[in-house]
Ligand binder design. Structure first.
Ligand code: DGL
Length: 272
């Protein structure tokens, strides 16, 4: 396999771009090919069968692009379809759950960790199971925050926005009462709400962004397998979506933390 190949990253829609932002920081010389399944988002409210089917199609599209690694930058896919992907793929794979859990387990001082994610993620208990495998003494408190996905998809993210503050309080009050000192943002949409979440949780809680941890983990895996590019040129990422590129482009800049000047191509994911 050529180390010139790209890293394939996918999500149900826009959320995985918060991970791409971290990949571009951590691995600027690597080519990133991103697929956002904007025609079928959200995944977080769907059945296990549907999420598995979608995830395999998304990964097949990326393999068709000859990627050297597949990254599910989606808490829902990582939680529900991670094992199926790992078995099916011929290249290294990572989701966001494992890298994030390693960091959270290391960071916590009081052993009380909060996990927020989509309903599918929380119902799977993926983060909780992984954390307690790493350290059975950890106490893990989970909370599904499905409305966060809609807020973010609509660009309603400002820390002073009354709706944002209300929804954050509604979802996080119990986690705060439980005294978690570490909070896993277990959905890749959620880093966009991190200021509002942090304001509510206070300085005593460290937020763990799954995108950053996953980018660092991918760097480690590719390094160990001798698959990191030796080319020092900074690469331009490529973006593919399953619905019209216009809607995606208008909000993508928020996730990437910079203007979205790259081309976005629409594809038919049902072919894969
Ligand atoms: N970005 C997805 C995740 O990390 C959430 C969006 C969805 O429900 O599809 O779980």
């Amino acid at each position: 396999m050529s180390s010139k190949n790209a890293i394939g990253v996918f999500d149900s829609g826009l959320g995985g771009l918060s991970a791409v932002r971290e990949f571009l920081r951590v691995l600027p010389n690597e080519k990133i090919i991103y697929f956002g399944d904007t025609g079928r988002v959200p995944y977080g409210t769907r059945s296990r069968e549907t999420i598995n089917k979608y995830a395999l199609q998304d990964a097949r599209f990326l393999l068709d692009k000859n990627v050297k690694m597949v990254v599910a930058a989606c808490g829902t896919v990582s939680s529900v379809a991670g094992n199926a992907l790992e078995e099916a793929l011929s290249v290294p794979y990572t989701g966001v759950v494992n890298p994030t859990c390693y960091t959270a387990a290391r960071v916590t001082k009081n052993g009380r960790i909060g996990v927020i994610g989509t309903s599918a993620t929380v119902n799977s208990h993926s983060y909780k199971l992984r954390l307690q495998k790493l350290d059975p003494a950890l106490e893990v408190f989970e909370q599904a925050c499905p409305l966060f996905v809609s807020l973010v998809e609509n660009g309603i993210i400002h820390r002073d926005d009354q709706i944002v503050r209300l929804v954050v309080r509604r979802y996080l009050a119990e986690l705060k009462e439980n005294g978690v000192d570490t909070l896993i943002l277990g959905c890749t949409h959620f880093p966009l709400l991190s200021e509002a979440v942090s304001d509510f949780m206070g300085e005593g809680a460290t937020l763990i962004d799954s995108g950053r941890e996953t980018a660092l983990y991918a760097q480690k895996v590719l390094g160990e397998q001798g698959l990191l590019t030796e080319d020092t040129e900074i690469k331009t990422p490529e973006f593919f979506v399953s619905d019209t590129p216009e809607g995606f482009k208008s909000v993508a800049g928020l996730f990437l933390g910079r203007d979205m000047e790259h081309a976005v191509t629409q594809i038919d994911i049902e072919q894969y």
